[in-house]
Ligand binder design. Structure first.
Ligand code: SF4
Length: 323
């Protein structure tokens, strides 16, 4: 037994000792482009959302947890390179899968060694929901300031169809716990997720859920139907299976602009939520606080929709899709 412990410790130490570069993340939010990126887990444990498949596509098909010493070692390496870093982001897809205690230990270590002013992380609703209110309070005390959550849709049927593994009720409850603990909530919403047939249902339910939860941020993206990739040898978007079977009809470009318009129209005008199209694949980019800027954002969309049809079509062609 003693030998085994000694052996494991030695192997771990050697593995850590050898690494001179920190591991990096596969995906990060655009808003974290200046943040130090710290990897707690690799890939996505859930990996079942029909519209996604991105981690396998980009070369990380499996999920694994990293050890606390490994992550601390990465933080030390990052500190040597960026000793004054003030914003830090934890990934990959759902870093709380490392366990709340490990997450807290890493967050506390990070705050001890770097002058961090903002610590943010991706988090799945189902993971936060399992943690419950008290554990979320502990995360806040350890210095977690904001979570980036894939809401995708507020519509239960759309979430079920895409195997998202969360319900609007779970979103509402966890958002309440996070806000109560003082953690900012940033939702990602996917335009086009209801397809051509259910877009209104998708958008109306999403607006309802945003009105109920009033997150700090709503970040908009358009559903990205990517083909297989020769560079990463990644497979195509899993949703193509449903498209071929006739179970999902992709939204048109103009339809996704109408979705954006309907969503904004249905948001309560008193919301302090900041809405932003901070991804290049949006056809129309609007940003602003709902209570201050809703009319201006809607005017921008109407201005675009008033352009001649040929110009709009050329614009849709030019924007294209990318991660
Ligand atoms: S959307 Fe998020 S939870 Fe779903 S498979 Fe992709 S990374 Fe995993």
């Amino acid at each position: 037994m003693i030998f085994r412990i000694f052996f494991e410790k030695t192997v771990t130490y050697m593995a850590i000792k050898k690494r001179e570069f920190p591991e990096t993340l596969i995906i990060r939010p655009p808003s974290e482009y200046r943040s130090l990126l710290v990897r707690l887990t690799r890939g996505c444990k859930w990996n079942r959302c029909r519209f996604c498949g991105l981690y396998p596509h980009l070369g990380e098909p499996n999920f694994s947890k990293r050890t606390v010493p490994e992550v601390k070692h990465d933080i030390d390496l990052l500190k040597q390179r960026h000793p004054k870093a003030e914003t830090v982001f934890f990934g990959d897809a759902d870093p709380l899968q490392i366990g709340a205690d490990a997450f807290i230990e890493i967050a506390q270590y990070l705050r001890k060694v770097l002058p961090v002013k903002r610590l943010t992380s991706y988090a799945r609703v189902s993971t936060l929901w399992k943690l419950k209110k008290d554990a979320i309070r502990h995360l806040a005390r350890a210095g977690l300031d904001r979570v980036h959550i894939g809401l995708e849709s507020g519509d239960a049927k759309t979430l079920n169809f895409h195997h998202k593994g969360q319900s609007p009720k779970m979103v509402q409850e966890t958002t309440g716990w996070l806000k109560e603990a003082g953690i900012e909530v940033s939702f990602y919403v996917l335009l086009g997720l209801g397809g051509k047939d259910h877009w209104q249902r998708h958008i109306l339910a999403t607006a309802t859920l945003i009105n109920k939860t009033e997150p700090h941020f709503v970040r908009l993206r358009r559903l990205w139907l990517y083909r297989s990739d020769t560079v990463f040898s990644g497979a195509e978007c899993p949703l193509f299976k449903e498209i071929r079977a006739g179970d999902f009809k992709p939204q048109t470009p103009e339809g996704s602009v109408l979705e954006l318009k309907l969503l904004l129209e249905k948001l309560d005008s008193h919301l302090a939520t900041f809405v932003v199209c901070d991804h290049q694949n949006n056809y129309v980019h609007v940003s602003g606080r709902v209570r201050d800027d809703k009319d201006d954002m809607l005017a921008t969309i109407d201005e675009f929709l008033a352009l001649p049809e040929k110009e709009r079509a050329a614009h849709y062609q030019a924007v294209g899709s990318r991660i």
